[in-house]
Design a protein around this ligand. Structure first.
Ligand code: UN1
Length: 480
């Protein structure tokens, strides 16, 4: 288990960059180096963009069947290797092996879905207001896209941005997240193995400077970013300054409402999944559990019992139910917010203490915090770790108001047996995605994904909506 990968950039169909000053480490055992990597520069980005630009004419003009076949083949290869790639993912990111394999399979399915979408790209044919004239709309590829992806879904998110970009005839420069380059590289390598022509998909490994160089590059027509709100704001400003397209997916402070009429066991399991699976490192994680008076105490007690029983450990250990945080910084953020909540007068029901296991890793005790109120920092700032807080409410209306009262609006859930409240919540929750009797996290890959308010900016990702961002519409008039 000590094999260290020696990674390179991918530029114009080749692995380039032999100097490897950077590395990614295993968060479950930080003595282990997963990969050594180059530390990309703006000049590497120039080379990658030049390759993508040169590859664009033939890729965009190829039959959609060519693009579909490559994505389909890559999907099959990735699915065949899901154990191996999933294991690499878990070693590098820290989610459990079933989560790592599950995410890899999801990436393979995303490639498969967009293999189909490549063939379904379509426009409309309308009657003109002028007799004898026809109006048609076409969706056309745009050019070079820059994709800046996060570490928490190190293969699914590169796949869900790259697959539609490629399917619709664009070319790509990808910058994977610093902590997880090896997992992203596995995807890029498989796409090349599947026959992707050189220069169509390039990858530059590096830090923020690489992302900035992509955002600022005059030949990058659009940038799709998933990450923190602070970085996202800079990405948007840079892209808008030169009229590039931009799409941002950022944080969440996702509410899960639990009403008195909910099935207790079910509500607790939904909260457990939404708040703690994948170590709480999902922008869709439930972090505010808004619980009605009548069920509140029973809910907190049973959830605390289940949270305390979660087995935290090495991501590859089959007994582990929750892996470590991805990095020391993420671990420290969780503990910082436990202190913040304590300082605000909240009660730590379980967890919150430093966790030392038999190996050096970024382990965090899953933490449940009760007796919080809506305006505390713990209920407004994203933690991005296995930390959830409960807020006691009297009624559905109060719960909805609190659910909607933050600056984020990604995913919002409710657990109830009342159709009336469920339907009302679907209409009035200020979020891009609503979940009834389901965890706020864990979405399908063939339907639109995105949020409102500070969670997202620009066109939706995924499903039929992906064509919005990765194509441009041409309106054509003709008279006979
Ligand atoms: C999910 O909940 O299944 O970074 C996906 C994130 C999101 C993806 C969540 N963009 O957590």
């Amino acid at each position: 288990m000590t094999d260290t990968l020696e990674l390179s950039h991918w530029i114009n169909g080749e692995r380039v960059g032999g100097d490897r000053p950077a590395e990614s480490t295993n968060p479950s055992d930080t003595r282990e180096v997963v990969a050594r990597t180059p530390d990309g520069t703006a000049s590497d980005v120039d080379d990658a963009v030049a390759a993508a630009k040169a590859a664009f004419p033939s890729w965009s003009e190829a039959s959609p069947e060519v693009r579909s076949d490559v994505l389909d083949k890559a999907s099959n290869l990735l699915m065949e290797r899901k154990e191996e790639v999933g294991r690499l993912l878990s070693r590098e990111e820290g989610k459990t092996l079933p989560e790592g394999i599950g995410e890899t399979a999801r990436a393979a399915r995303i490639l498969k879905y967009f293999a189909g979408e490549a063939l379904r790209l379509h426009g409309q044919n309308l009657a003109s207001t002028r007799p004898g004239v026809e109006v048609q709309t076409y969706r056309q590829p745009v050019g070079v896209y820059g994709l800046i992806t996060p570490w928490n879904f190190p293969i699914a998110i590169p796949a869900w941005k790259a697959a539609p970009a490629l399917a619709f005839g664009n070319t790509v420069v990808l910058k994977p997240a610093g902590p997880t380059p090896a997992t992203a590289e596995a995807l890029v390598a498989i796409l090349h193995e599947a026959g992707l022509p050189k220069g169509v998909l390039n990858m530059v490994i590096g830090r923020g400077g690489v992302g900035q160089a992509i955002v600022d590059h005059k030949d990058v027509a659009g940038v799709s970013f998933t990450g923190s709100q602070g970085v996202g704001a800079g990405v948007a400003a840079g892209a808008v300054k030169r009229q590039a397209r931009v799409q941002l997916e950022m944080g969440g402070k996702n509410p899960l409402i639990v009403l008195d009429d909910a099935d207790l066991e079910r509500a607790v399991n939904i909260a457990l999944d939404g708040s703690f699976f994948a170590t709480g490192q999902r922008c869709t994680a439930s972090s505010r559990l808004i619980v009605q008076d009548g069920i509140h105490d029973k809910f907190v007690a049973l959830l605390a019992e289940k949270v305390a029983a979660l087995r935290v450990g090495d991501a590859l250990d089959p007994n582990t139910q929750m892996g470590p945080a991805v990095s020391e910084a993420q671990m420290e953020t969780s503990y910082k917010y436990v202190d913040v909540a304590r300082g605000e007068g909240a009660r730590i029901v379980t967890g919150g203490e430093r966790l030392k296991l038999d190996k050096p890793g970024w382990y965090v005790q899953p933490t449940l915090i009760a007796d919080t109120v809506a305006d505390m920092r713990i209920n407004n700032e994203e933690v991005f770790g296995p930390v959830a807080s409960t807020i006691r409410v009297k009624s559905y209306e109060e719960a909805l108001e609190i659910a909607n009262g933050v600056e984020f609006g990604l995913s919002a859930g409710i657990v109830t047996s009342s159709l009336k409240h469920a339907r009302d919540f679907q209409r009035r929750a200020k979020a891009g995605m609503t979940m009834v009797n389901l965890p706020t996290a864990g979405v399908d890959y063939h339907v639109p994904f995105g949020g409102t308010k500070s969670s997202s900016y620009g066109a939706r990702e995924q499903g039929f909506a992906a064509a919005e961002f990765f194509t441009t519409i041409k309106t054509s008039y003709s008279a006979g």
